[in-house]
Write a protein that binds this ligand. Structure first.
Ligand SMILES: Nc1ncnc2c1ncn2[C@@H]1O[C@H](COP(=O)(O)OP(=O)(O)O)[C@@H](O)[C@H]1O
Ligand SMILES: [Mg+2]
Length: 339
Protein backbone atom coordinates (compact mmCIF):
# COMPACT_ATOMS: atom_id res chain seq x y z
CA UNK A 1 0.00 0.00 0.00
CA UNK A 2 1.43 3.33 -0.99
CA UNK A 3 1.48 6.20 1.44
CA UNK A 4 1.40 8.64 -1.44
CA UNK A 5 4.97 9.72 -0.84
CA UNK A 6 6.11 12.12 -3.50
CA UNK A 7 2.78 12.05 -5.27
CA UNK A 8 1.34 15.28 -6.55
CA UNK A 9 -1.98 15.10 -4.78
CA UNK A 10 -4.45 17.88 -5.40
CA UNK A 11 -7.25 16.36 -3.31
CA UNK A 12 -8.29 17.23 0.21
CA UNK A 13 -6.11 16.21 3.15
CA UNK A 14 -7.24 14.76 6.42
CA UNK A 15 -7.21 17.28 9.20
CA UNK A 16 -7.80 16.68 12.86
CA UNK A 17 -10.70 18.65 14.30
CA UNK A 18 -8.39 20.64 16.50
CA UNK A 19 -6.40 22.02 13.58
CA UNK A 20 -4.85 21.15 10.25
CA UNK A 21 -2.83 17.98 10.34
CA UNK A 22 -2.04 16.33 7.07
CA UNK A 23 -2.30 12.70 8.09
CA UNK A 24 -2.16 11.25 4.60
CA UNK A 25 0.97 12.96 3.47
CA UNK A 26 2.82 12.99 6.76
CA UNK A 27 6.01 11.20 5.84
CA UNK A 28 6.68 10.07 9.40
CA UNK A 29 3.49 8.12 9.68
CA UNK A 30 3.29 4.55 8.55
CA UNK A 31 0.16 3.53 6.67
CA UNK A 32 -1.06 1.69 9.73
CA UNK A 33 -0.67 4.78 11.86
CA UNK A 34 -2.41 6.84 9.18
CA UNK A 35 -5.39 4.49 9.31
CA UNK A 36 -5.34 4.70 13.11
CA UNK A 37 -5.47 8.46 12.69
CA UNK A 38 -8.53 8.10 10.45
CA UNK A 39 -10.21 5.94 13.14
CA UNK A 40 -9.35 8.54 15.79
CA UNK A 41 -10.40 11.48 13.59
CA UNK A 42 -13.75 9.91 12.77
CA UNK A 43 -14.26 9.13 16.48
CA UNK A 44 -13.64 12.79 17.30
CA UNK A 45 -16.43 13.55 14.84
CA UNK A 46 -18.66 11.10 16.79
CA UNK A 47 -18.29 8.20 14.34
CA UNK A 48 -17.05 4.94 15.80
CA UNK A 49 -15.84 2.61 13.10
CA UNK A 50 -14.08 -0.63 12.38
CA UNK A 51 -10.63 -0.77 10.86
CA UNK A 52 -12.20 -1.98 7.62
CA UNK A 53 -14.27 1.20 7.30
CA UNK A 54 -11.31 3.45 8.14
CA UNK A 55 -9.15 1.62 5.60
CA UNK A 56 -11.79 2.17 2.90
CA UNK A 57 -11.90 5.90 3.72
CA UNK A 58 -8.12 6.05 3.67
CA UNK A 59 -7.92 4.29 0.31
CA UNK A 60 -10.76 6.28 -1.27
CA UNK A 61 -9.07 9.52 -0.33
CA UNK A 62 -5.68 8.31 -1.37
CA UNK A 63 -6.70 6.76 -4.69
CA UNK A 64 -9.06 9.66 -5.45
CA UNK A 65 -11.90 7.23 -5.92
CA UNK A 66 -15.51 7.67 -4.90
CA UNK A 67 -16.56 5.32 -2.16
CA UNK A 68 -19.78 3.35 -2.61
CA UNK A 69 -21.21 2.36 0.76
CA UNK A 70 -23.83 -0.38 0.79
CA UNK A 71 -25.64 -2.00 3.66
CA UNK A 72 -28.91 -2.12 5.56
CA UNK A 73 -30.65 1.07 6.71
CA UNK A 74 -29.42 2.67 9.92
CA UNK A 75 -25.88 1.27 10.04
CA UNK A 76 -24.14 4.62 9.58
CA UNK A 77 -23.68 5.00 5.82
CA UNK A 78 -24.85 8.62 5.64
CA UNK A 79 -23.16 9.41 8.93
CA UNK A 80 -19.83 8.22 7.52
CA UNK A 81 -19.96 11.00 4.90
CA UNK A 82 -20.83 13.59 7.56
CA UNK A 83 -18.00 12.43 9.81
CA UNK A 84 -15.57 12.41 6.85
CA UNK A 85 -16.46 16.03 6.16
CA UNK A 86 -15.59 16.93 9.77
CA UNK A 87 -12.42 14.86 9.55
CA UNK A 88 -11.30 16.51 6.32
CA UNK A 89 -12.40 19.97 7.44
CA UNK A 90 -14.37 20.35 4.21
CA UNK A 91 -17.98 21.35 3.60
CA UNK A 92 -20.49 18.55 3.18
CA UNK A 93 -22.61 18.87 0.07
CA UNK A 94 -25.48 16.44 0.07
CA UNK A 95 -27.50 15.23 -2.85
CA UNK A 96 -30.48 13.15 -1.84
CA UNK A 97 -31.45 10.84 -4.71
CA UNK A 98 -35.01 9.96 -5.63
CA UNK A 99 -36.91 8.59 -8.59
CA UNK A 100 -37.11 11.22 -11.31
CA UNK A 101 -34.08 13.19 -10.10
CA UNK A 102 -32.71 14.92 -13.18
CA UNK A 103 -29.80 17.09 -14.26
CA UNK A 104 -31.66 20.32 -13.54
CA UNK A 105 -32.05 19.36 -9.89
CA UNK A 106 -28.64 17.75 -9.55
CA UNK A 107 -26.35 19.95 -11.64
CA UNK A 108 -27.64 23.44 -12.46
CA UNK A 109 -30.62 25.48 -13.51
CA UNK A 110 -30.92 28.93 -15.01
CA UNK A 111 -32.35 31.52 -12.64
CA UNK A 112 -35.38 32.08 -14.81
CA UNK A 113 -37.09 34.61 -12.51
CA UNK A 114 -33.90 36.68 -12.24
CA UNK A 115 -33.42 36.60 -16.01
CA UNK A 116 -37.00 37.82 -16.45
CA UNK A 117 -36.65 40.55 -13.84
CA UNK A 118 -33.43 41.82 -15.38
CA UNK A 119 -34.89 41.91 -18.90
CA UNK A 120 -37.81 43.93 -17.56
CA UNK A 121 -35.61 46.35 -15.64
CA UNK A 122 -33.38 46.72 -18.68
CA UNK A 123 -36.28 47.05 -21.12
CA UNK A 124 -35.55 50.71 -21.87
CA UNK A 125 -31.85 49.98 -22.31
CA UNK A 126 -32.69 47.11 -24.68
CA UNK A 127 -35.02 49.47 -26.56
CA UNK A 128 -32.11 51.87 -27.04
CA UNK A 129 -29.98 49.00 -28.36
CA UNK A 130 -32.61 48.29 -30.97
CA UNK A 131 -33.16 51.89 -31.91
CA UNK A 132 -33.27 52.30 -35.66
CA UNK A 133 -33.26 48.58 -36.37
CA UNK A 134 -36.05 47.83 -38.78
CA UNK A 135 -36.25 44.12 -39.53
CA UNK A 136 -36.80 41.31 -37.02
CA UNK A 137 -33.73 39.40 -38.17
CA UNK A 138 -31.55 42.50 -37.71
CA UNK A 139 -32.99 42.98 -34.20
CA UNK A 140 -32.20 39.38 -33.28
CA UNK A 141 -28.71 39.76 -34.64
CA UNK A 142 -28.17 42.93 -32.60
CA UNK A 143 -29.47 41.23 -29.44
CA UNK A 144 -27.32 38.15 -29.85
CA UNK A 145 -24.34 39.63 -28.05
CA UNK A 146 -26.50 41.23 -25.38
CA UNK A 147 -28.56 38.08 -24.77
CA UNK A 148 -25.46 36.10 -23.78
CA UNK A 149 -25.23 38.21 -20.63
CA UNK A 150 -28.39 36.52 -19.38
CA UNK A 151 -26.72 33.13 -19.72
CA UNK A 152 -23.63 33.91 -17.68
CA UNK A 153 -22.56 32.55 -14.29
CA UNK A 154 -24.50 35.17 -12.34
CA UNK A 155 -27.74 33.71 -13.71
CA UNK A 156 -26.68 30.14 -13.06
CA UNK A 157 -28.14 28.31 -10.06
CA UNK A 158 -25.67 25.59 -9.12
CA UNK A 159 -27.21 22.42 -7.70
CA UNK A 160 -25.30 20.00 -5.42
CA UNK A 161 -23.08 18.36 -8.06
CA UNK A 162 -21.90 21.65 -9.55
CA UNK A 163 -21.54 23.23 -6.10
CA UNK A 164 -19.27 20.37 -5.08
CA UNK A 165 -17.12 20.91 -8.17
CA UNK A 166 -16.91 24.66 -7.55
CA UNK A 167 -15.57 24.52 -3.98
CA UNK A 168 -12.10 26.10 -4.03
CA UNK A 169 -10.74 23.80 -1.29
CA UNK A 170 -12.77 20.75 -2.30
CA UNK A 171 -15.77 19.24 -0.54
CA UNK A 172 -17.26 15.99 0.64
CA UNK A 173 -20.00 15.18 -1.84
CA UNK A 174 -22.62 12.81 -0.43
CA UNK A 175 -24.73 11.18 -3.12
CA UNK A 176 -27.23 9.65 -0.75
CA UNK A 177 -29.34 6.59 -1.61
CA UNK A 178 -28.18 6.47 -5.21
CA UNK A 179 -30.19 3.25 -5.68
CA UNK A 180 -33.37 5.39 -5.56
CA UNK A 181 -32.39 7.31 -8.70
CA UNK A 182 -33.03 6.09 -12.25
CA UNK A 183 -30.49 4.28 -14.40
CA UNK A 184 -30.19 7.31 -16.73
CA UNK A 185 -29.18 9.43 -13.80
CA UNK A 186 -26.60 6.85 -12.79
CA UNK A 187 -25.03 7.08 -16.25
CA UNK A 188 -24.93 10.86 -16.01
CA UNK A 189 -23.35 10.65 -12.55
CA UNK A 190 -20.70 8.31 -13.85
CA UNK A 191 -19.67 10.92 -16.41
CA UNK A 192 -19.17 13.55 -13.72
CA UNK A 193 -17.29 11.16 -11.45
CA UNK A 194 -14.93 10.23 -14.28
CA UNK A 195 -13.41 13.65 -14.89
CA UNK A 196 -14.85 15.97 -12.24
CA UNK A 197 -15.93 18.52 -14.79
CA UNK A 198 -19.11 19.60 -16.50
CA UNK A 199 -19.81 21.53 -19.64
CA UNK A 200 -22.50 24.20 -19.58
CA UNK A 201 -23.05 24.88 -23.31
CA UNK A 202 -23.61 28.65 -22.81
CA UNK A 203 -20.59 29.10 -20.53
CA UNK A 204 -18.06 26.38 -21.21
CA UNK A 205 -16.37 23.73 -19.14
CA UNK A 206 -16.28 24.05 -15.38
CA UNK A 207 -13.54 21.91 -13.86
CA UNK A 208 -13.16 21.20 -10.13
CA UNK A 209 -10.00 22.92 -8.81
CA UNK A 210 -9.87 20.15 -6.20
CA UNK A 211 -11.79 16.91 -6.86
CA UNK A 212 -14.40 16.34 -4.16
CA UNK A 213 -14.24 13.36 -1.83
CA UNK A 214 -17.33 11.47 -2.98
CA UNK A 215 -19.42 9.13 -0.84
CA UNK A 216 -22.30 7.31 -2.52
CA UNK A 217 -24.68 5.32 -0.36
CA UNK A 218 -27.09 2.58 -1.34
CA UNK A 219 -29.63 0.45 0.51
CA UNK A 220 -29.57 -1.94 -2.47
CA UNK A 221 -33.18 -1.17 -3.49
CA UNK A 222 -31.95 -1.97 -7.00
CA UNK A 223 -28.69 -3.30 -8.42
CA UNK A 224 -26.33 -0.55 -9.48
CA UNK A 225 -24.64 -0.74 -12.87
CA UNK A 226 -21.26 -2.42 -13.26
CA UNK A 227 -19.70 0.78 -14.64
CA UNK A 228 -20.55 2.76 -11.52
CA UNK A 229 -19.35 -0.05 -9.27
CA UNK A 230 -16.08 -0.25 -11.18
CA UNK A 231 -15.53 3.47 -10.78
CA UNK A 232 -15.98 3.27 -7.01
CA UNK A 233 -14.32 1.63 -4.07
CA UNK A 234 -16.89 -0.68 -2.56
CA UNK A 235 -17.57 -0.76 1.17
CA UNK A 236 -20.21 -2.91 2.82
CA UNK A 237 -21.27 -1.83 6.29
CA UNK A 238 -23.18 -4.52 8.11
CA UNK A 239 -24.45 -4.63 11.67
CA UNK A 240 -21.53 -3.99 14.03
CA UNK A 241 -20.08 -6.65 16.28
CA UNK A 242 -21.06 -6.28 19.97
CA UNK A 243 -18.01 -4.41 21.22
CA UNK A 244 -18.17 -1.85 18.42
CA UNK A 245 -21.89 -1.34 18.98
CA UNK A 246 -21.26 -0.82 22.70
CA UNK A 247 -18.73 1.88 21.86
CA UNK A 248 -21.21 3.56 19.50
CA UNK A 249 -23.81 3.61 22.31
CA UNK A 250 -21.23 4.93 24.77
CA UNK A 251 -20.62 7.90 22.45
CA UNK A 252 -24.20 8.51 21.36
CA UNK A 253 -25.95 7.91 24.69
CA UNK A 254 -23.30 8.68 27.32
CA UNK A 255 -25.71 8.53 30.28
CA UNK A 256 -26.18 4.75 30.04
CA UNK A 257 -24.10 2.67 32.45
CA UNK A 258 -21.56 0.18 31.08
CA UNK A 259 -23.62 -2.73 32.44
CA UNK A 260 -26.90 -1.61 30.86
CA UNK A 261 -25.07 -0.81 27.62
CA UNK A 262 -23.72 -4.35 27.45
CA UNK A 263 -27.17 -5.80 28.11
CA UNK A 264 -28.86 -3.56 25.52
CA UNK A 265 -26.37 -4.56 22.84
CA UNK A 266 -26.54 -8.25 23.80
CA UNK A 267 -30.31 -8.26 23.42
CA UNK A 268 -30.27 -6.38 20.11
CA UNK A 269 -27.63 -8.74 18.75
CA UNK A 270 -29.81 -11.67 19.76
CA UNK A 271 -32.84 -10.11 18.03
CA UNK A 272 -30.76 -9.93 14.86
CA UNK A 273 -30.42 -13.69 14.96
CA UNK A 274 -34.21 -14.10 14.93
CA UNK A 275 -36.24 -14.58 11.80
CA UNK A 276 -37.70 -11.07 11.51
CA UNK A 277 -38.97 -8.95 8.64
CA UNK A 278 -36.89 -5.93 9.69
CA UNK A 279 -33.90 -6.44 11.95
CA UNK A 280 -33.11 -3.63 14.39
CA UNK A 281 -30.22 -1.46 13.19
CA UNK A 282 -27.71 0.74 15.00
CA UNK A 283 -30.12 3.67 14.85
CA UNK A 284 -32.74 1.56 16.71
CA UNK A 285 -30.18 0.49 19.33
CA UNK A 286 -29.38 4.17 19.92
CA UNK A 287 -33.08 5.07 20.17
CA UNK A 288 -33.70 2.18 22.54
CA UNK A 289 -30.79 3.14 24.78
CA UNK A 290 -32.18 6.71 24.91
CA UNK A 291 -35.65 5.39 25.77
CA UNK A 292 -34.31 3.17 28.58
CA UNK A 293 -32.27 6.06 29.93
CA UNK A 294 -35.41 8.19 30.02
CA UNK A 295 -37.22 5.42 31.89
CA UNK A 296 -34.39 5.27 34.47
CA UNK A 297 -33.66 1.61 33.69
CA UNK A 298 -30.64 0.25 35.54
CA UNK A 299 -30.67 -3.17 33.96
CA UNK A 300 -32.93 -5.04 31.53
CA UNK A 301 -36.22 -6.44 32.77
CA UNK A 302 -38.56 -8.46 30.59
CA UNK A 303 -41.55 -6.20 31.29
CA UNK A 304 -39.71 -3.03 30.37
CA UNK A 305 -38.29 -4.68 27.26
CA UNK A 306 -41.81 -5.68 26.22
CA UNK A 307 -43.14 -2.15 26.76
CA UNK A 308 -40.38 -0.55 24.70
CA UNK A 309 -40.06 -3.20 21.99
CA UNK A 310 -41.76 -0.91 19.46
CA UNK A 311 -38.62 1.25 19.51
CA UNK A 312 -36.60 -1.69 18.21
CA UNK A 313 -39.06 -3.49 15.96
CA UNK A 314 -41.09 -1.67 13.34
CA UNK A 315 -43.53 -4.40 12.32
CA UNK A 316 -46.31 -5.74 14.50
CA UNK A 317 -45.61 -9.23 13.17
CA UNK A 318 -42.01 -9.01 14.41
CA UNK A 319 -43.15 -7.80 17.86
CA UNK A 320 -45.56 -10.74 18.08
CA UNK A 321 -42.90 -13.18 16.91
CA UNK A 322 -40.49 -12.39 19.76
CA UNK A 323 -42.91 -11.54 22.57
CA UNK A 324 -43.04 -15.05 24.00
CA UNK A 325 -39.25 -15.32 23.90
CA UNK A 326 -38.64 -12.07 25.76
CA UNK A 327 -38.11 -13.50 29.28
CA UNK A 328 -35.44 -15.90 27.97
CA UNK A 329 -33.82 -13.23 25.74
CA UNK A 330 -33.72 -10.72 28.59
CA UNK A 331 -32.28 -13.23 31.03
CA UNK A 332 -29.58 -14.25 28.54
CA UNK A 333 -28.70 -10.59 27.84
CA UNK A 334 -28.40 -9.95 31.58
CA UNK A 335 -26.16 -12.95 32.11
CA UNK A 336 -24.18 -12.20 28.99
CA UNK A 337 -24.78 -15.56 27.37
CA UNK A 338 -26.24 -16.44 23.98
CA UNK A 339 -29.74 -17.91 23.89
N1 LIG B 1 -20.53 3.83 13.55
C1 LIG B 1 -21.34 4.77 14.05
N2 LIG B 1 -20.89 5.70 14.91
C2 LIG B 1 -21.72 6.64 15.39
N3 LIG B 1 -23.02 6.73 15.10
C3 LIG B 1 -23.53 5.82 14.26
C4 LIG B 1 -22.72 4.80 13.68
N4 LIG B 1 -23.49 4.04 12.88
C5 LIG B 1 -24.72 4.56 12.95
N5 LIG B 1 -24.76 5.64 13.76
C6 LIG B 1 -25.93 6.46 14.08
O1 LIG B 1 -27.07 5.76 13.64
C7 LIG B 1 -28.00 6.64 13.01
C8 LIG B 1 -28.30 6.16 11.61
O2 LIG B 1 -27.17 6.35 10.80
P1 LIG B 1 -27.28 6.70 9.24
O3 LIG B 1 -25.94 7.11 8.79
O4 LIG B 1 -28.40 7.67 9.02
O5 LIG B 1 -27.69 5.29 8.65
P2 LIG B 1 -27.83 4.85 7.12
O6 LIG B 1 -27.43 6.00 6.27
O7 LIG B 1 -26.93 3.66 7.00
O8 LIG B 1 -29.28 4.48 6.96
C9 LIG B 1 -27.40 8.04 13.05
O9 LIG B 1 -27.95 8.75 14.13
C10 LIG B 1 -25.94 7.78 13.31
O10 LIG B 1 -25.40 8.80 14.09
MG1 LIG C 1 -28.71 7.08 4.99
Amino acid sequence: MSTGRGRAWAGPCFTSLSGPHDVMNDLDLSTRAAIDAVIAGLATAGYICSRQIATAVFLAQHLQKPILVEGPAGVGKTELAKASSALLGLPLIRMQCYEGLDEAKALYEWKYAKQLLYTQILRDRLGEELNGVRSLSAAIKRLQGTGDIFFSEQFLEPRPLLRALQQPRGAVLLVDEVDKSDQEFEAFLLEILSDYQVTVPEIGTIRAPVPPFVVLTSNSARDLGDALKRRCLHLHIGFPEPRLEERIIAVKVPGVSAMLRRQIVALVQELRRQDLRKLPSVSETIDWARALLLLHAEHLEAEMVRETLNVLLKFEGDVKAVESKLPALTEAARRGVAV
